[in-house]
Design a protein around this ligand. Structure first.
Ligand SMILES: [Cu+2]
Length: 435
């Protein structure tokens, strides 16, 4: 939150002069443009990286380090990331900015920082062995460049295995003249995947089968939904760094693909869809008018990416009332998926289920048994249908298109939560759930 505050303070104090100047130059129309220019993106569940100003240069301090990332309540894994999280904090700058990134390597091995898609001098590109020496453990490298591009970019090490243990961050370049039409909400979602055996906290970065799929470092249902107001124009920026392509699907709306990892797409080339394939190393922006009220799923449509798979064994190994359910691993006894901390086998299956070839498929993988509404309660989840969390796993969350009163209620909950936190009262995030 502090990062976001700094961002606002810095960007508005610097931006005021620019806005005034452009208003004079271009008349009244510039007013909405300069306002839109300053709209920061939000990266749910991930902080922004604050900066300081040094003679007009935006100075960021980025630290590569091992992190403990809680991807689901009770499921904390060992990743490598930046400044305490994987993915790392989001960097936001304006087109034309001079940027300095003081980079420290707190990893036990060499690394480097690559600025994906940036048109910058070769010696700033972060390609170890060619554009620079790798940054040694405990070492520092100062990157500095001027950014003339705009759009959805990202940063990562140019070390293949490090990419697969979490090292990624968003780098958003806001345009000097706002894109039209302007958006009311602007979100960033980073797509990552991990192969983690039961009872192990470290991903197997060589594995080609992934059982934990995350948006911004969280697996469903721990992902914070995108909250928008009915009628808002919404932009979602998707970034993928992994081994798989992800077809991201939105319910209830038709969106337009408006940008790639190379920046915005000219409006004449926008095309409609409800699913966008985000390939490895790609970014995709889509925009839509949230004109259809409701809690709409936003998810990867790869079936195996809509699951939290705790085990390598799936099959009819279970019988109601005894044994372990298919899909549960050895760690199932302390798996957070079960409300009240114990297996509940009250799943709706037919009496002859076990005689049906193929059973079970989803019966023990999702459903009411897997619900953990209370464990993931937070203001943004307020008012979701009871038991919702049993059906949201992996790369799944919601775009909640809310009428003004419902929207305001959630904003009030959030404000109250923040007030409690700044009072030093570290209450749990979900105390206000269900009022
Ligand atoms: Cu996927």
């Amino acid at each position: 939150m502090n990062g976001r505050r700094n961002f606002f303070r810095n960007i508005f104090s610097v931006g005021a002069g620019v806005a005034a100047a452009s208003k004079l130059a271009r008349g009244q129309r510039a007013e909405t443009e300069s306002t839109a220019e300053s709209l920061p993106v939000r990266t749910p569940d991930i902080k922004d990286l604050p900066f300081s100003l040094d003679n007009g240069v935006k100075v960021f301090h980025l630290i590569a380090e091992p992190v403990k990332q809680e991807i689901l309540p009770g499921k904390t894994i060992d990743l490598w990331g930046y400044n305490g999280s994987a993915p790392g904090p989001t960097i936001q700058v304006n087109q034309g900015d001079r940027v300095r990134i003081v980079f420290d390597n707190h990893l036990p091995e060499p690394t480097s920082m690559h600025w994906h898609g940036f048109e910058i001098p070769n010696e700033m590109d972060g390609a170890p062995g060619s554009s620079q020496d790798p940054v040694k453990p405990g070492g520092r490298f100062v990157y500095e460049f001027t950014l003339h591009q705009e759009g959805t970019y990202f940063y990562h090490p140019h070390m293949a295995m490090q990419e697969m243990i979490g090292m990624l961050g968003a780098f958003i370049m806001h345009p000097s003249v706002a894109r039209a039409p302007r958006v009311d909400r602007d979100f960033v979602i980073m797509l990552q995947e991990y192969a983690i055996l039961p009872n192990i906290s470290i991903p197997n970065t060589m594995n080609m089968e992934f059982n934990w799929l995350t948006f911004n470092g969280k697996a469903g249902p721990a992902i914070t939904p995108l909250i928008v107001r009915l009628g808002d124009r919404v932009r979602v920026r998707l970034i993928n760094l992994g081994m798989d392509h992800h077809p991201i699907h939105l319910h209830g709306h038709t969106f337009f693909i408006t940008g790639t990892e190379g920046g915005p797409i000219p409006q004449t080339l926008w095309y409609p869809g409800n699913t966008v394939l985000v390939g490895v190393a790609q970014a995709r922006d889509f925009e839509f008018v949230a004109n259809n009220p409701g809690d709409w799923m936003l998810h990867c449509h790869m079936p195996h990416h809509m699951m939290n798979q705790m085990t390598s064994t799936v099959g009819p190994m279970t019988r109601l009332g005894k044994g372990m359910p298919a899909g549960a691993g050895m760690e199932a006894h302390n798996m957070p998926g079960m409300d009240h901390g114990e297996m509940k086998m009250n799943v709706d299956v037919s009496p002859d289920a076990n005689s049906v070839p193929g059973f079970p498929q989803d019966a023990f993988m999702s459903g009411p048994m897997m619900a953990m509404d209370q464990m993931v309660a937070k203001p943004e989840n307020d008012g979701l249908r009871p038991g919702w969390s049993g059906f949201i796993q992996g790369m799944m969350t919601f775009v909640r298109v809310l009428p003004p009163d419902q929207y305001q209620r959630i904003m009030d909950f959030k404000a109250a939560q923040q007030a409690r936190r700044s009072n030093g009262n570290q209450g749990s995030g979900g105390r206000r759930h269900g009022e």
